[in-house]
Design a protein around this ligand. Structure first.
Ligand code: CUA
Length: 385
């Protein structure tokens, strides 16, 4: 009897929670209302079954409960019931088909973009987002893993003229025009990631070695979180970005400010003298921007507070003890070597979890200058945050 009451309570509370709580009401910001519809179908079918099965168990418990003083109450043994089996097979088949079929129709449209869609590439890497748009010529250049390097993280083919004017966005902030279909081309540089913007009801796995695709039309201006929806390592929770949906003119203005592949290649050639000529303060300020863009600040504080990695406050100039008991003086050479190959040496008290970042020589110099500026007494001359 207690079990029957418990089951009825579970049914009433579960159904009541669904209607009373707002857990399913994230406002939608794209064209994919059909994603919500398929979810509703799933919830209705599984919900009806959940209630029916529990109430059936309750009814059985009440009807066939043990009664004292009633002799000859024995269960009847029935090894086979063909009619009942056919009914169960039929109902289950219809139910499973009803669960799966709508999703197949939606998915077929989801991966087939309309002809006027704007192409946008998203590149995932532990634990950063990068984005690429075609330039004024309107074409995305070809890529190949062979071309991937610190100076060319997208792996763009330098010989392909289509790639030269491509806009490369290496900060985790993406802008998109409102009411225009966007075709997303997703790639990963290392492990499985997943580009996911919940209000768009749109997501796609990013698989190393292939390009996955889907499309959506943003229908509401605003800022939305980009999440990585595949567990991709210790920094997975920090692999976040933001997408800004705005009018076409604002988007065009933002896009025109981005660096093209050609500009990036040129900057690389000029980087060495510029780094030498620029003031230490300018370099450190650039490093500060970089530390935010690359996500360093997720693990390293500059105010001494403890995080996953060592704080940068007072790091420069101090003597660090390594896990193997050896010591190292933190100077420019140490920082450069450590950032280039984070797993070669392990600092005592910290896990060897820092990923390798793609930094050009110039970016590395800027980052080291910034860390230096947070460091010990004499070094602390420039760029306090
Ligand atoms: Cu990338 Cu989780």
């Amino acid at each position: 009897m207690a079990l029957a009451i418990a089951l009825v309570l579970i049914v009433v509370l579960a159904v009541g929670f669904h209607f009373a709580s707002p857990w399913w009401t994230t406002p939608i910001a794209s064209n994919w209302v059909r994603m919500d519809d398929t979810l509703t179908i799933t919830i209705v079918i599984t919900g009806v079954l959940f209630v029916a099965i529990n109430l059936f168990v309750v009814a059985a418990l009440l009807r066939y409960r043990h009664r004292n003083g009633q002799p000859n109450q024995r269960a009847a043994y029935e090894p086979h019931n063909k009619r009942l089996e056919w009914w169960l097979i039929g109902i289950t088949t219809v139910g499973v088909a009803a669960l799966l079929a709508p999703g197949l129709f939606v998915y077929a449209d989801y991966v087939r973009p309309p002809p006027n869609a704007l192409q946008m590439e998203v590149l995932g890497q532990q634990w950063q987002w990068r984005f690429r748009f075609a330039g004024p010529a309107g074409k995305l250049g070809t890529t190949d893993v062979r071309y991937m390097s610190n100076d060319n993280p997208f792996g763009l083919n330098p010989a392909d003229p289509n790639g030269r004017d491509n806009y490369l966005i290496e900060t985790p902030e993406l802008h998109l025009p409102i009411n225009r279909p966007i075709q997303v081309l997703a790639r990963s540089r290392d492990v499985l990631h997943d580009f996911y913007v919940p209000p768009f009801r749109a997501r796609m796995n990013m698989v190393p070695g292939m390009i996955t695709t889907f499309w959506f039309t943003p229908t509401k201006a605003g800022r939305y979180d980009i999440l990585c929806a595949q567990l991709c390592g210790i920094g997975h929770a920090n692999m976040r970005g933001v997408v800004v949906v705005e009018d076409e003119a604002s988007f065009a203005r933002w896009l025109a400010q981005q660096t093209t592949f050609e500009q990036r290649q040129k900057a690389k050639v000029q980087a060495a003298p510029a780094a030498a000529g620029g003031s230490a303060q300018a370099l450190a300020e650039q490093g500060q921007t970089l530390a935010q863009a690359k996500g360093c600040v997720a693990c390293h504080s500059v105010d001494g507070s403890p995080r996953v990695g060592p704080t940068w406050k007072g790091l420069y100039g101090k003597t660090e003890t390594m896990a193997d008991g050896s010591t190292a003086h933190v100077d420019e050479a140490y920082l450069r070597a450590f950032i280039r190959d984070p797993k070669a040496r392990v600092v005592k008290g910290f896990a060897p979890i820092m990923p390798t970042f793609d930094l050009s020589e110039q970016e590395l110099a800027a980052l080291v200058a910034y860390i230096k500026a947070q460091g010990g007494d004499a070094a602390a001359t420039a760029a306090k945050p």
